[in-house]
Design a protein around this ligand. Structure first.
Ligand code: NAP
Length: 247
């Protein structure tokens, strides 16, 4: 028996980066895993193959989670395919970094819709099913930037801070139904999102991290897996996995 045998997990933005690492960790623990992507089908198919290598089922669904109907449709598809959904990991996220002087309405809307509104859409869609089964593990990927703020990231920090506040409210409402809701706040983690940051800025960032290295996607994934498999009495928390960049 593996810890998450017979459970079903959905990881939004599970095709690459942190989301892929989370999907594989869930599969290692025996869960059947649905992953979602917006545009990168090839990466999603690669992740699905890696999930299947671990002896569990994979389901791949394209959907833009910033669009209400698509996010809710995604949850419905997963429930229809597997017959249940136990673990929802809201991981899909984007950056559109600019100082406030240069930020456009479109930059603001894209980040808030993708990172924050999507969480409301998927959670509201999965609720009836989790309430009925009296079990649910909802894990939202925030960021230390949602706690500390960051130069050039007013839109991103607002979305990630919003996730933390949402998490605490939802946790209070759903605790009595055995549905836990937690947030994980990664620090700078080695994915394509970080690769977009110019190298000279990356060097400056390293100086700010007490552990003097970037995080690995697997380090975030292991924390998600801990909450899913062993976090029965943990709810409403923000768990920092950040090398000490924010304490
Ligand atoms: P990433 O490498 O850029 O991957 C982003 C993932 O999200 C991809 O699978 C992408 O799919 C998907 N995605 C983006 N927009 C989407 C949408 N509208 N609908 C559905 N899927 C969408 O990012 P990452 O670094 O792994 O980040 C994962 C999460 O961790 C994000 O929420 C991010 O904010 C957070 N985080 C990251 C860091 C870091 O340093 N990397 C630090 C703190 C927090 P497609 O390829 O198909 O677009």
């Amino acid at each position: 028996m593996r810890r998450l045998d017979k459970k079903v997990a959905l990881v939004t933005g599970g095709s690459r980066g942190i989301g892929r690492a989370i999907a594989l960790e869930m599969a290692d623990l025996g869960a059947n895993v649905a992953i979602n992507y917006r545009g990168g089908k090839e990466e999603a198919d690669k992740t699905a193959a890696m999930i299947k290598e671990r002896g569990v089922e994979a389901f791949v669904a394209q959907a833009d989670v910033s669009v209400k109907e698509e996010a809710r449709g995604l949850v419905d598809q997963v429930i229809e395919h597997f017959g249940r959904l136990d673990i929802l990991v809201n991981n899909a996220g984007i950056t559109r970094d600019k100082t406030l002087k240069k930020l456009t309405d479109d930059d603001w809307d894209a980040v808030i819709h993708t990172n924050l509104n999507s969480v409301y859409y998927t959670v509201s869609a999965v609720l009836p099913s989790m309430l009925q089964q009296e079990f649910g593990r909802i894990i939202n990927i925030s960021s230390f930037v949602g706690q500390a703020g960051n130069f050039g990231q007013s839109n991103y920090s607002a979305s990630k801070g919003g996730i933390i506040a949402f998490t605490k409210s939802a946790a209070q409402e759903l605790a009595r139904n055995n549905i836990t809701v937690n947030a994980i706040a990664p620090g700078f983690t080695l994915t394509e999102m970080l690769a977009q940051v110019p190298e000279n800025i990356q060097e400056k960032i390293l100086d700010r991290i007490p552990m003097r290295r970037f995080g690995k996607p697997e380090e975030i994934a292991r924390t998600v897996a801990f909450l899913a498999a062993d976090g029965d009495y943990i709810t409403g928390q923000q768990i920092n996995v950040n090398g000490g960049v924010y304490m």
